[in-house]
Design a protein around this ligand. Sequence first.
Ligand SMILES: *Cc1c(COP(=O)(O)O)cnc(C)c1O
Length: 391
Amino acid sequence: MKPILKSQDLAINGAPPAFIEQLHVGRPNIGSREAFMKYVGDIFDRRWLSNDGPMVQEFERRVAAYHGVKHCVAMCNGTVALEIAIRALGLEGEVIVPSYTFIATAHALSWQAITPVFADIDPVTHNLDPAAVRRMITPRTTGIIGVHLWGRGAPVDELQAIADEHGLKLMFDAAHAFGCSYKGRMIGNFGTCEVLSFHATKFFNTFEGGAVVTNDDELAETMRLMRNFGFVAMDKVVHPGTNGKMIEVAAAMGLVNLDAIDSVIDANRRNHHTYREALSGLPGISLLAFDEAERNNYQYVVMQVGRDCPVTRDRIIEALHAENIRARKYFWPGCHNMQPYRDLYPHAGLLLPNTQQVADSVVVLPTGTTMDSEMVRAVAAVIRVLVTGRA
Ligand SMILES: *Cc1c(COP(=O)(O)O)cnc(C)c1O
């Protein structure tokens, strides 16, 4: 497909803007380089590179304080954090999860021979539909993993009620929800534990990294053992374990990025509102809203292309890519359509109509600290031209 906008249409002071080469979803937000380099110098001086070093300890304290939660157990990535949390909770048999999530939510279960059972989502919030969760409970069900999709809280109270009623464990995949709140309370305080991801593309990153946050002392202690091969002391192993440790240099990146958080939120919020304004009134185009009464990180700009839109979702993506705007489908075609789950549940789609419909309609647009309002308006202009046929 040929670009719609010629680069001179977007020219700023006669030159095409730099973003023409590089706009894409999930471009990392990076704090002060100088502060990071200083930390790296300190790490080299100490020659303490891993194994619960001072940077990791400081990072854990600050992440826990930021979310108002008792414990933060930092790990090498969000997927291992999920696997360890699932195992520490003693989940087995079947666990109910949404299909409309990143594949790691399901894989963290099947990796340890637990069957993920997919429940449908609410088509408006994109989060688990409690009624659908109820329908998927069997005698083999031991737990529910809710996902705070796009950083917007899952229906925590309803899921907790279901868990209590059926004697199930409840935990959350909060990979999108760093710094977000639900009913005024910070994410990290719900279920038995919540899992954060600090992958490079997330709102907050440590290059790669993750953590489990919890208010449960015993669970935190077990997970600390599990992430370090079960060692309690030199030469003394008391628990099965793996290598889930966060390294010092990752924690240093985390400390630097914690200092930059407010500026990232400001940029994301501004971009979100600029998109909202610039895309308003387009037929069949809607933008998922954030509840301004909550704390949000505004990391995901989720546009939906409805049936009343004159152009298809896939054509919009294709056109944006032709402009070097790397917009993305997200969680398409749904975990249930990926292996090994597709073979396991060939007819799952029949039970997941909302998942299918949302996965087919979403376009995630680029945002973050590397984008200003002018760039956001340029992206919106491409969409406007496509949908209305005029600039
Ligand atoms: C990113 C992500 C993960 C995995 O985290 P990693 O740090 O990349 O391993 C898990 N669940 C969801 C919903 C995610 O978006």
